[in-house]
Write a protein that binds this ligand. Structure first.
Ligand code: ADP
Ligand code: MG
Length: 354
């Protein structure tokens, strides 16, 4: 298990990583996600040994590795730009860093290329400059695997590829992680990528881990407004709450109609927000669910087998959204300009602090 404790990195007065504790099991596909500038690269470079922590611990299976040099760590880092030597062949690119480090290539170049789905007969002796972007990425990945690391660290490695290729390589990376039984730690600002590949997510906010868990858990049960915002596809309301018995809170708001008791497991004195996912909302001319907001429908977007209904209430220019089934939509006469309720049952919503 790879573990950090109170890991911290300052740049002058900037705290890039603020006393972070993470735990990653051997073989896990863990992603570190968060908006640009939140400290992802800083954290990854400390794990790789390329950047010295200001304070804190990094342990691997209980052994302190903070002072271990990068080449002596069982880690291999894949960069955002896959810097290959253009005049060297694919084979030379894969072997070069290993030889330069005075190490033996543990697996044959052929085997490594096959692992990253490049046909060695066709590509091993080509110049790197003859490859497409996606093929270059595969070679760089093969080069990182040539070290035979226990932990592969990837910093936004797909950022420069087109969308279809990103999707394909995401699936391949997830497969490779399982096939090699190697720990992968993947850094990205793209939540979509992280959701597809990961066993576990760490969502960073300004140098702090805002929430940790399996992707579906974070998606369904955000613990703060920040997380709900970052995960997207959710309506967020400010609410007033009042304590009732049994830990439930009675909530109401000047932003929506209705009142309901919902479970809440944190301090009600905190600033509270009610989160409801788009696909947990329905639309109708009257309020039939526990809670709802009257809007004028200003957009209807067909998204395949679901439909996004976007509407704005009278008093604000804030837009709210319901994601409804295509079949339901086909059977209604809902149209742009209609006044309707975007509505949901209280149990579908989550109460969170800022
Ligand atoms: P991310 O990878 O999530 O975009 P970074 O780890 O690159 O974030 O940066 C985190 C914070 O640290 C940012 O505020 C960034 O400006 C700052 N930072 C990163 N590298 C340096 C550096 N070499 N010197 C000064 N500040 C830095
Ligand atoms: Mg970065």
């Amino acid at each position: 298990m790879l573990r950090t404790k109170n890991l911290r990195r300052e740049y002058g007065s900037t705290v890039a990583i603020n006393d972070v504790d993470i735990e990653i099991e051997t073989g896990e596909f863990a992603s570190i996600v968060g908006p640009s500038g939140c400290g992802k690269t800083t954290l990854l470079r400390m794990l790789a040994g390329h950047l010295e922590p200001t304070s804190g611990e990094i342990t691997l299976d209980g052994a302190d590795i903070v002072n271990t040099r990068p080449k002596d760590r069982p880690t291999s880092l894949v960069f955002q730009t896959w810097a290959l030597f253009p005049h060297m062949t694919v084979r030379e690119n894969v072997e070069f860093p290993i030889r330069a480090a005075g190490r033996e290539v543990g697996r044959t170049v052929e085997e490594l290329l096959e692992q990253v789905r490049l046909d060695p007969d066709e590509h091993a002796d080509k110049n790197a400059s003859e490859l497409s972007g996606g093929q270059k990425q595969r070679v760089a990945l093969a080069r990182s695997l040539a070290y035979d690391p226990d932990i592969l660290l990837l910093d936004e490695p797909l950022a420069s590829l087109d969308y279809a290729l990103q999707k394909q390589l995401q699936r391949e990376l997830a497969d490779l992680n399982k096939a090699l039984d190697m720990t992968f730690i993947y850094v990205t600002h793209s939540l979509e990528a992280a959701l597809v590949m990961s066993d576990k997510l760490f969502v960073l906010n300004c140098g702090n881990v805002a929430q940790t868990g399996p992707p579906e858990e974070i998606y369904q049960s955000p613990e703060s407004r920040f997380i709900a915002d970052f995960m997207g596809d959710a309506n967020i309301f400010g609410v007033e709450t009042a304590r009732t018995d049994g830990g439930d809170a009675t909530i109401s708001s000047d932003q929506f109609t209705g009142e309901a008791a919902i479970g809440a497991d944190h301090d009600y004195d905190e600033q509270n927000h009610l989160i409801v996912r788009y696909d947990d909302c329905e639309v109708g001319p009257t309020l039939d669910s526990d809670l709802g907001i009257e809007v004028t429908v200003d957009n209807i977007l067909v998204r395949g087998n679901t439909v996004l209904v976007e509407g704005t209430p009278d008093a604000t220019d804030e837009q709210y959204v319901a994601e409804v089934g295509f079949e339901w939509y086909q059977e209604t006469d809902l149209d742009i300009g209609d006044v309707a309720y975007i509505q949901w049952d209280a149990e579908k919503s989550v109460l969170v602090p800022e």
